[in-house]
Design a protein. Structure first.
Lengths: 221, 221
DNA sequence: AAAAATTTTTAGGTTTGTCTAAATTTTAAA
DNA sequence: TTTAAAATTTAGACAAACCTAAAAATTTTT
């Protein structure tokens, strides 16, 4: 029940790829971890022998129940530290990810549970990603991207799926953040850009930006 | 200017041995790091080639100016995290050291400076050890052990040089902690135990315990 | 000052995680 | 349905950090 930093990074990367893309390939994993496909294969054998994933050569792999459980705890550590860095140390939104990459490998369960308690059991990190609880359970909201939000439906921003400095800049300028309430007024067919209403102001955003902003709303029954 | 966890642990251990014992030997270092003398020699060659220490085979070694500087920064990280764990996460005094051993290797300078600021630039960790500032400077108090404290001289507990659970237990029971004011009333020649006065109470402590409690006082001119 | 004991270093291995280059296997194209 | 392309795995090496056992240097004893 104790893993190397490398093993943890692989488990986490597989978990994220599985979530986002559905499948995980050797090349995609190598790309994500900035390493070579051969190294990935080596590690797959190791994680397979530890029963953390299902692996059949040439046919891909996926996390076992055990592997997923561990990945969730790594994600929990990562996101709690992100929350701490943002909320307590006042780091910018785009800086926290890198720092949390290191902190997430400090693995004392007691430490993380205390941190969680100190932070008030937050359910979402600064980008809106859900933080697994101490049983590994994730609170799942029915989030949709701004592109899919029906017209005139008031919704709340829950998550932003791009954490770059550039993204932070544009969002700050347009006064959009986690928790912002808005509604879609218009779709332009020419470039698929969108016109929003935020607190009686009209704001225009590109398709590219809308794609990365996720919201929830109460469907009007 | 980037070191492995192993290199950092060696630098820190050499620093502490140098402080406490004056000299550092291969065996002592191996003992402290729970490793073998042969491994120590390997690492000494490596650190020597990086100019972090002065090393002449068979004649011992000592940190170079550069090595000492780095060691001080590792100590800074360690003690700031200890302070955080104790002050914010409410860990017991004897638990913080182990956890800080992991956290100290998260090395972003910016992170540590922010943490320092968040904690209010503490000068001493929970055991009373001084925390180097962001220039590596240590605030040095003229501490003496309780054994050396003159009679009837009111002094303040500044440091406890043993961080075990057992030590915590006895100190809590006798209501002694960092900041406690006390004076020595009597030395017993039979077993060298000491009688103290703390807030109008009389407290007796063994020589062994007194040895590990350090205090400061204003010499009555 | 020679012998014995201790300390330190060298020599040669092991494991982990990485790499390159070559060989397989699978998938896509002709 | 062969051939070409792409993806994946194997084979063989390498660096870091450790190990054991043996050799060398130093220190202590006699």
């Amino acid at each position: 029940m104790n893993f190397t930093i490398s093993e943890e990074n692989y488990l986490k990367a597989i978990f994220h790829l599985q979530e986002k893309e559905g499948t995980v390939t050797t090349n995609a994993l190598a790309e994500k971890l900035q390493t070579k496909p051969a190294s990935v294969t080596d590690m797959m054998k190791k994680l397979n022998s530890k029963k953390l994933l299902h692996y059949k050569p040439y046919y891909g792999f996926s996390l076992s129940a055990e592997g997923k459980k561990i990945a969730l705890f790594i994600v929990r550590r990562h996101r709690l530290w992100e929350y701490f860095l943002s909320e307590k140390l006042k780091f910018d939104w785009n800086e926290v990810h890198m720092l949390a990459e290191e902190l997430e490998h400090v693995s004392s369960k007691q430490l993380i549970d205390r941190l969680d308690q100190y932070l008030g059991h937050p359910q979402f990190d600064p980008h809106g990603d859900p933080i697994p609880d101490n049983k590994g359970k994730i609170k799942n909201l029915n989030k949709i991207s701004l592109l899919e939000l029906p017209f005139h439906q008031i919704a709340e921003v829950r998550q932003v799926t791009n954490q770059s400095k550039e993204m932070l800049e544009i969002l700050e300028h347009k006064h959009i953040g986690i928790g912002t309430k808005l509604e879609v007024k218009k779709h332009f067919h020419f470039d698929h850009s969108i016109e929003l209403k935020i607190k009686n102001n009209t704001v225009n955003i590109s398709e590219q930006l809308a794609q990365n902003i996720f919201v929830t709303y109460e469907p009007t029954a």
